[in-house]
Design a protein around this ligand. Structure first.
Ligand code: PMV
Length: 348
């Protein structure tokens, strides 16, 4: 229809990868498939106000407000995002946009907001596409939102839906694609229902190395091919583990994936290290506690020093007590965030 002006708001969650995406080919195609739990309360809320221009502009026309204030440092990212997606959303240059965005988590928490931010914006843009093409159905809507989000930030492709998302083609996963994420199509054992993620904020500073630089360092990395194969193999192994609820083997894969991600950073040229001394302290404490308590907690890391502690809901009381007693001491200002598996983005 001849859509003119309007406003749409989406709240989109962050996600935490179990099998990590680290390394990409041209056009944001991942070097290996990844799977992640979609989070619930760590989220970005983005409102997009759109007004039709009298005639299409030569360039994109947008303003950006972060937590109510103009945010010039984010503009180049959005500019790049728009130029990458404009071939797939031809209406982009025909509108002026006001993008208002805010995060549920503290700004300098070291929690990446690219997954939640890019997926929220992709969904807002898909809302306009849907106004223009009302015949678009929900599955196409979500797949294209994920496709667009991927062009903003690879991991954002996995934040559209939940609870478990796969991005990247894998021979054993039916319907999987390098171009967008899908809801993991096989059964998940009930032990994964309401799985918990407590995020320990070890270092709230800015990352020293952007993920773009990190992905690029996998080109010509001496261990790259082995690593990509390992991710593939871990995905194959997880299929049975997810069905059977085999937490012992789940833990082995998840922790190995986290350490391998950081091992890739430490063995690239130039090399770098994003873990901090307190990251290691926490990992050791988790291992000690797991040996003596028999609870099924494990850790994972993204490209930073913060530790995600994953555990089944039935262990919640025990694990939270342990976190308060022993791990909070290693968090910056004692800060941590309690989250759990979620179902993806929602329009508000
Ligand atoms: O979405 P990007 O390009 O910022 O990459 C994120 C990569 C990791 O968070 C380290 C792993 C992952 O799969 O999310």
């Amino acid at each position: 229809g001849p859509l003119m002006n309007g406003k749409v708001t989406y709240k989109s969650p962050s996600n935490i990868a179990l099998v990590k995406y680290w390394g990409k080919k041209e056009n944001q195609v991942p070097a290996n498939p990844s799977v992640s739990f979609t989070l619930d309360s760590c989220a970005t809320t983005t409102s997009l106000t759109y007004s039709k221009l009298d005639e299409p502009g030569k360039d994109f026309s947008f303003e950006l407000l972060f937590e109510g204030k103009p945010k010039p440092d984010f503009k180049p990212k959005i500019q790049t995002f728009f130029s990458r997606i404009s071939a797939y959303l031809p209406f982009l240059k025909s509108y002026h946009f006001v993008i208002e965005t805010s995060n549920s988590f503290p700004h300098s928490s070291g929690i990446a907001s690219s997954a939640s931010g890019m997926s929220a914006l992709a969904l807002c843009l898909m809302h306009i596409e849907k106004q223009l093409f009302p015949e678009i159905e929900v599955d196409y809507f979500n797949a294209k939102a994920s496709f667009l989000a991927r062009l903003g930030s690879g991991s954002a492709a996995r934040s559209i839906k939940g609870p478990l998302m796969q991005w990247g083609h894998h021979q054993d996963t039916e319907g999987s694609s390098d171009l967008y994420a899908i809801t993991y199509p096989y059964k998940l054992h009930e032990v994964f229902n309401d799985f918990q993620d407590t995020i320990l904020l070890v270092d709230k500073g800015q990352k020293q190395v952007s993920s773009t630089v990190g992905h690029n360092l996998m080109h010509g990395h001496p261990f790259a091919e082995q690593r990509f194969k390992q991710a593939d193999d871990n995905l194959s192994k997880l299929r049975k583990i997810f069905i059977e609820g085999d937490l012992v083997n789940f833990i082995k894969i998840v922790e190995s994936e986290a350490l391998t991600l950081h091992a890739m950073m430490m063995s690239s040229l130039p090399y770098f290290m994003l873990m901090k001394p307190n990251t290691l302290q926490i990992i050791n404490k988790i291992w000690e506690f797991r040996a003596k308590s028999k609870s099924h907690l494990c850790f994972t890391l993204d490209a930073g020093a913060n530790v995600h502690v994953l555990y089944p809901k039935s262990d919640k009381e025990l694990v939270l007590q342990f976190i308060k007693d022993e791990l909070v001491a290693y968090c910056e200002n004692g800060q941590y965030l309690c989250d759990q598996i979620g179902n993806g983005a929602v329009e508000i």
